[in-house]
Write a protein that binds this ligand. Sequence first.
Ligand SMILES: [Fe+2]
Length: 295
Amino acid sequence: MTVSIAPIDPARPDFAALASDIDLRQPLSAEDRARIEAGMDRFAVMVFRGQDITNEQQLAFTRQFGELEPAYFVPGDNVQAGRIPGEINDVSNLDRDNKVLPRDDRQRLFQLGNLLWHSDSSYKAVPAKYSMLLARAIPDRGGDTEFADMRAAWDTLDPETQALVRDLVCEHSRLYSRGALGFTFTAEEERKFAPVRQRLVRRHPVTGRLSLYLSSHGGAIVGWPLPEARALLRELTEHATQRERVYAHKWRRFDLVVWDNRVTMHRGKRYPADQPRDIRRTTTTDAAPTLQQAA
Ligand SMILES: [Fe+2]
């Protein structure tokens, strides 16, 4: 049996697909691997339902699609350290004893940055390619993840704005994304989170399609006055996240959702703070800094 891939919403034939007839507990065949990669190039978001897989199986699947990105730096005492393997990003609200983090926990507050539209690791010079998020426990309501198609965002920009933004370079840092929520940083964090530069318009290496590379981590445009830069980034983000270009994923337990950070933005939605949510992310890195890639 080979994997079947079909759009989730027939009205949006090139964004967000459901993959079925595949069991990720089994080693991936070369044919399925190729089909999934081609599916990612076309759809940018793929949902695999009912994948009750181990951490090791999630890592093995991820490694089929590129080099694993190291898990992110967490500020302060890492109250989650050791809960799951260090190669997997803990996107849960649980401490190392699997207890729900208190509402004022600093790590929890830092992670609330995930509620803002972003592209994973855009604050790194070589950012993320694919993210793979597995839900092991979900709250009884809320907590959807929304995805915006940044290729469609580019395609629907007026030509004058396309010309304006085509060659711009932005500065990305978690100082901007977390700072936007009022999070404050230590001097060490300010050094660690020094901004990196990213192109604002990217070209997909396989399909050749252009896309906007926006993220809440983006907080400045090189050579632009800051208020003008922020106003433009906000305008572009509003344009990119209009409902007709967004797929909202309602999680079921053991959903694995894979997305291409090069051509999408995403955000988590709020959920009750006292309910456990155990969601684990593996990530592959992109091939090179975006500044070395043609637009
Ligand atoms: Fe994310």
